[in-house]
Design a protein around this ligand. Structure first.
Ligand code: SF4
Length: 317
């Protein structure tokens, strides 16, 4: 049986705002076996980035457990977290704004090593930088360049190098290709998959784009307003989506063919409602064409509708 590297149990992250309590992540549970990828998809504001930041304890969770190699890291003290931090890293969405424009490529890649004090000598740091630049496909001649002199793909390779130089086991990839051109997206996705294989990495891959997550994920979790509404193996989600929101997300993937123009798609109407003081019941009810009175009464738990396929919807029963 596969060992889970990460196990998340009933994770909640709420924020106090002047308007009330914002439920960014609300009772989310999942696990990721070592060397696998969990894709997290949903519209902007569904809580997927907050979930990723909570796993790194950049946003301390309101409640719940985050078990990394069986140890709950949800509320560790600063010193204890410092020891685990190199093992859990993040690749950010915008490789331009996440890099300090006044630092050279070499300085940017060296920074995590120097902060974590994992190397004893400068020669050791330099050797590691050269190695990681080769690993992520950055030419060594670019080491004195500044981020603004490079294209988006190379900048994202710097972001990946910064995350991987500490030899992590688990990496949260927060929309790592959304800010890139389509042709560069494929290069970065392939690089992430190659690195996963060669370094045995485990990923949480956050995106709003189901067509991107399809190729990289073993399992997919669909989030809506802080809740997990559907979770299954990637192939199963695409073959047999059950939740009306997942169906609508899949329906929104553009298909470049004339026949597809005539096919009826389930598109979502309306806008995402506020996650501040959410009403009881299904959070998708205001936009769901199948909503009934029953959907507005009480929470809708995830139910297993097939092997490893969980859905939070009355229609799934
Ligand atoms: Fe729609 Fe009701 Fe299912 Fe929610 S529980 S997705 S409102 S049918």
């Amino acid at each position: 049986m596969e060992q889970n590297l990460l196990e998340v149990r009933n994770l909640k992250k709420y924020f106090h705002t002047p308007a009330g309590l914002l439920h960014a992540v609300d009772d989310v549970s999942f696990s990721i076996p070592g060397g696998k990828t969990m894709g997290v998809v949903g519209e902007s504001g569904c809580g997927k980035s907050t979930l990723g930041r909570s796993l790194l304890c950049l946003e301390p969770p309101t409640s719940g457990e985050i078990l990394f190699r069986g140890k709950n890291i949800a509320n560790l003290k600063k010193k204890e977290m410092k020891a685990i931090r190199p093992k859990i890293q993040m690749v950010f969405q915008d490789p331009y704004s996440s890099l300090n424009g006044r630092m050279t490529v070499r300085q940017l890649i060296a920074e995590p090593l120097l902060v974590s004090k994992l190397c004893r000598t400068r020669a050791e740091v330099d050797k590691k930088i050269d190695e990681i630049m080769d690993t992520v496909g950055l030419a060594r001649r670019l080491d004195m360049a500044y981020p603004h002199e490079l294209d988006g793909g190379r900048r994202q390779r710097i972001g990946i190098a910064r995350a991987l130089i500490l030899e992590p086991e688990f990496v949260v990839c927060d929309e790592p290709v959304s800010a890139l051109d389509v042709s560069i997206q494929a290069q970065i996705l392939n690089l992430l998959m190659d690195l996963q294989e060669s370094m045995g990495l485990t990923y949480l891959f956050i995106t709003h784009d189901l067509s991107v997550v399809r190729h990289i994920s073993n399992e997919i979790m669909v989030m809506y307003l802080g809740k997990c509404v559907e979770k299954a193996e990637a192939k199963e989600i695409f073959r047999n989506p059950v939740h009306p929101y997942t169906k609508a997300l899949l329906g929104s993937i553009p298909i470049p063919s004339v026949e597809s123009c005539h096919k009826k798609r389930e598109l979502i109407q309306g806008e995402v409602t506020s996650p501040v003081n959410p009403k009881p019941g299904c959070r998708f009810a205001v936009r769901c064409p199948y909503a009934s009175e029953r959907c507005r009464q009480g929470d809708i738990p995830l139910k297993e509708v097939g092997r490893g396929h969980f859905v939070a919807c009355h229609m799934a029963e």
